[in-house]
Design a protein around this ligand. Structure first.
Ligand code: API
Length: 254
């Protein structure tokens, strides 16, 4: 026993081990984090997040993928970290924190966390897909029959293609337009190397891409395997919000 307290949180089924690391005592080695995230040998999670102090913000969020490596920004993880900080009594109603991609604002109420995402300034448009960075890199392709689509194999093929390996890897989103204000998104996640139940930065990228390709207006409702999110944005993508539930599942001692 290391006598470290951990908490398990989830946001639309994207789940995280959360550690209050304000004393910076957590031994953050890759092997240990990978072990804790393992669904058979550990607690089981898509990632692990350290909540740390920062002199200029309410807190700092440090995110690791399930493979134990520090990742780029995680939207659902950000929403869960905000809920965690609220539960720890760090803020009430509104917060400002820092993550690997910069500053984030968020509002919390009992039902949802609304997280302001980074601005998106450049989007690569291709015939069959868009690519952008919403804090993490995202490939977005539109498909029909999303519920029976082979996300794992098709996503893996793209993620491990020579082009994307050379570019540092990517998360891969498959999207179907459901109605005038709703899309369904499924994501193969880099660093988890599997489909997750929901990916916040991926959902954000998918909504922006749906606006560009089909003119769907903000706010866009997003269905994922783990529940529903909403993405609102202005048309130059400088004010993007990811809104949805985030909650504690259990806690324990390591
Ligand atoms: N699940 C995360 C994305 C994690 C990004 C990660 N897979 C990477 O590319 O490093 C989210 O909700 O935005």
């Amino acid at each position: 026993m290391n006598n470290i307290k951990f908490y398990k949180y989830q946001g639309t089924g994207n789940d995280f081990v959360m550690i209050d690391n304000r004393d910076e005592k957590f031994p953050a080695s890759q092997a240990y984090i990978e072990h804790l995230c393992h669904r058979r040998f550990g607690i089981g999670a898509d990632g692990l997040i350290l909540l740390q102090n920062d002199p200029n913000y309410d807190f700092r969020m440090v995110y690791y993928n399930a493979d134990g490596k520090e990742g780029s920004m995680c939207g659902n993880g950000g929403r869960c970290t905000v809920r965690f900080a609220e539960d720890l009594g760090i803020f009430k109603d509104k917060t400002k924190f820092i993550a690997v991609d910069g500053e984030h604002l968020a509002d919390a109420n009992e039902a949802v966390i609304a997280l302001k995402m980074g601005e998106v300034h450049s989007i690569e448009r291709h015939d069959f897909y868009d690519f952008m960075n919403t804090g993490s890199p995202h490939y977005v392709a539109f498909v029909k029959g999303i519920e029976s689509f082979d996300v794992y194999n098709e996503g893996k093929k793209i993620r491990y293609s020579d082009e994307w390996v050379a570019r540092g890897g990517t998360n891969v989103n498959f999207v179907e337009v459901i109605d005038n204000e709703t899309i369904y998104v499924r994501t193969y996640e880099r660093g988890v190397e599997d489909e997750t139940y929901s990916c916040g930065t991926g959902v954000t990228a998918s909504a922006l891409s749906t606006f560009l390709r089909f003119g769907m207006k903000s706010p866009i409702n997003v269905i994922t395997k783990g529940g529903n999110l909403k993405v609102s944005f202005n048309e130059n993508f400088t004010d993007i919000r990811l809104v949805g539930p985030a909650m504690k599942v259990f806690d324990g001692i390591l």
